[in-house]
Design a protein around this ligand. Structure first.
Ligand SMILES: *[C@@H]1O[C@H](CO)[C@@H](O)[C@H](O)[C@H]1NC(C)=O
Ligand SMILES: *[C@@H]1O[C@H](CO)[C@@H](O)[C@H](O)[C@H]1NC(C)=O
Ligand SMILES: *[C@@H]1O[C@H](CO)[C@@H](O)[C@H](O)[C@H]1NC(C)=O
Ligand SMILES: *[C@@H]1O[C@H](CO)[C@@H](O)[C@H](O)[C@H]1NC(C)=O
Ligand SMILES: *[C@@H]1O[C@H](CO)[C@@H](O)[C@H](O)[C@H]1NC(C)=O
Length: 259
């Protein structure tokens, strides 16, 4: 059994963990931890409640919620907080099947929606946003789109169902195909108020109209730039912030003592 207690750890392992903790604050170390996904492929899609006019992680304008938006799983989104490279990107999402249903449900209609990514779906140890470079989510996918739905911009019957057979209408998770598309295909493209980031947030928000992946029109990773590593902790251990601070201070003094 793995213990969460620090009391029985040896001084050597404590020193090592001090150094590792110190190193983890160097953004470079984490640069390769983000998931590199192809422009088209398969993904899972879930849905979540995003209040109208809510300013989500990227800091896109409140009016962006009048059009289809989604949160992307943290390790593909590219930041553990605030904005990341996925912010503002548009994807055409097409429902394929509800693979968790028994039997698997294949809709008899093709439903697609073009979303703009405005939010971060936090990394967790299980759940649909848990993919890392080390492994996919329970659907075998490295991407999960968490659709803001219900939404005034998406019909309430967007998700096909067969209530007579299954006894419920919401499958919760879908197997989908996705394509990166230009945001000129997004429903909010011609609404100036739905584009861009909240002015009063200044440089703490980033929501390009139509990011292409080029650094001049694509958000950097907030957590990389600010030394905040992706949150990869399990929920099993609580490590208080004052202890973390002490560890950092000890690591800094240790390093300055050594060099
Ligand atoms: C989205 O995908 C659907 C299904 O393949 C397709 O019919 C539709 O034209 C696509 N929309 C865009 C904007 O690419
Ligand atoms: C994500 O969670 C599922 C169970 O829900 C698990 O099978 C899978 O290994 C997890 N993926 C990662 C990368 O931890
Ligand atoms: C999603 O659908 C594709 C195409 O049919 C299939 O290859 C893939 O295995 C499906 N994924 C899941 C999780 O069922
Ligand atoms: C599609 O499937 C639904 C339920 O699965 C059914 O109620 C509906 O009649 C079907 N439509 C067509 C055109 O077959
Ligand atoms: C970004 O740079 C590319 C060339 O690298 C250029 O074609 C494009 O117009 C630039 N975009 C913006 C928004 O400045």
């Amino acid at each position: 059994m793995l213990s969460c207690s620090n009391s029985n750890t040896t001084p050597l392992s404590q020193i090592l963990s001090f150094i590792l903790t110190f190193l983890s604050f160097l953004p470079r170390i984490w640069a390769s931890a983000w998931i590199d996904y192809s422009p088209d492929g398969y993904a899972t899609m879930t849905h979540y409640t995003l209040p109208e006019n809510f300013i989500a992680a990227c800091g896109c304008t409140p009016s962006s919620t009048d059009h289809p938006t989604a949160a992307m799983n943290q390790m593909a989104y590219g930041s553990s907080t605030s904005y990341g490279p996925a912010c503002g990107q548009c994807f055409n999402l097409t429902l394929l099947d509800a693979f968790t249903a028994n039997p698997r449900f294949y809709p008899n209609v093709t439903k697609s929606v073009v979303v703009k990514v405005t939010d971060l779906c936090p990394l967790s140890s299980s759940g649909w946003c848990n993919a890392t470079t080390h492994g996919p989510n329970a659907g075998g996918n490295y991407l999960n789109f968490d659709l803001a739905w219900p939404s005034s911009s998406i019909p309430d019957d967007f998700f096909p169902s067969d209530e007579a057979f299954y006894g419920f209408t919401d499958f919760g998770v879908w197997n989908i195909s996705y394509q990166s598309v230009s945001c000129t295909n997004w429903q909010g493209w011609n609404q100036a108020a739905a584009l861009g980031s909240v002015a009063s947030l200044g440089y703490s928000a980033c929501c390009p109209d139509d990011p292409t992946g080029n650094p001049n029109d694509t958000c950097p990773s907030y957590s990389d730039d600010n030394g905040i590593p992706p949150d990869t902790q399990t929920s099993g251990c609580i490590f208080s912030s004052s202890v973390s601070l002490l560890v950092v201070l000890l690591a800094v003094s240790l390093i300055s003592y050594l060099f």
